[in-house]
Design a protein around this ligand. Structure first.
Ligand SMILES: [Zn+2]
Length: 197
């Protein structure tokens, strides 16, 4: 799987094996907390921010809108405005051409993924959206400054990264996203699924 440059690889090692004469199978997982689908906590970018055990499950579970922006290289406030989202949208998941990378089985990290500009982050905050998800490893572009993350996390918007939205039709769903309970971390691995309403 693609890993953020500099982060450790994901390793799953079997340290006890029934086949080798051990009484049980036991595995050890080693990875960074931004591996695969994960949720960022404010402390990731804010020195006084809260850590992952304080992520609100009320926000992580509930109605969500999936929007599809197949042509965007960067998602701006203007692009979000053009989506004409339902008025009560509180959770927004952005399907872009990034998701095609998952379908293709890409294993190398790519720098030219689609993500949000800082003005798009501001738009999300002003619209009172409480959660935003993106289908690659970061909500902000690789060569951008930290503003997109900072704006969202300062406002308490929850960020889900590395979603796979391939084949998900735009529309309204129920999102169930449960980050594992890590105390004192700036992010947590999560399983995220959509249910049709
Ligand atoms: Zn992250």
């Amino acid at each position: 799987m693609p890993i953020w440059p500099g982060d450790p690889a994901v390793e799953l090692e079997q340290v006890q094996q029934i086949e080798a004469g051990d009484p049980v199978n036991v595995s050890v997982l080693r990875c960074g907390v931004h591996s695969g689908t994960h949720v960022d906590a404010p402390w990731h970018f804010l020195p006084q921010g809260t850590t992952s055990e304080h992520l609100s499950l009320d926000v992580l579970i509930g109605p969500a809108v999936v929007a599809y922006l197949p042509d965007a290289a960067v998602i701006t406030a203007h692009d979000l405005e053009q989506l004409h989202l339902p008025a009560q949208t509180t959770r927004l998941l952005l399907r872009t051409r990034n998701s095609e990378r998952w379908t293709a089985g890409e294993q190398q990290f790519s720098e030219d993924f689609v993500a949000l500009s800082a003005d798009a982050a501001q738009w999300i905050v002003e619209r009172d959206i409480r959660l935003v998800g993106i289908d690659y490893l970061s909500i902000q572009r690789y060569h951008d400054g930290p503003e997109t993350h900072q704006i969202l996390l300062t406002a308490g918007v929850i960020i889900i990264e590395t979603l796979n939205l391939a084949g998900v039709e735009p529309g309204q769903y129920e999102l169930l996203c449960l980050p594992i309970l890590l105390v004192g971390a700036e992010a947590a691995l999560a399983r995220a699924v959509l249910r049709e309403l």
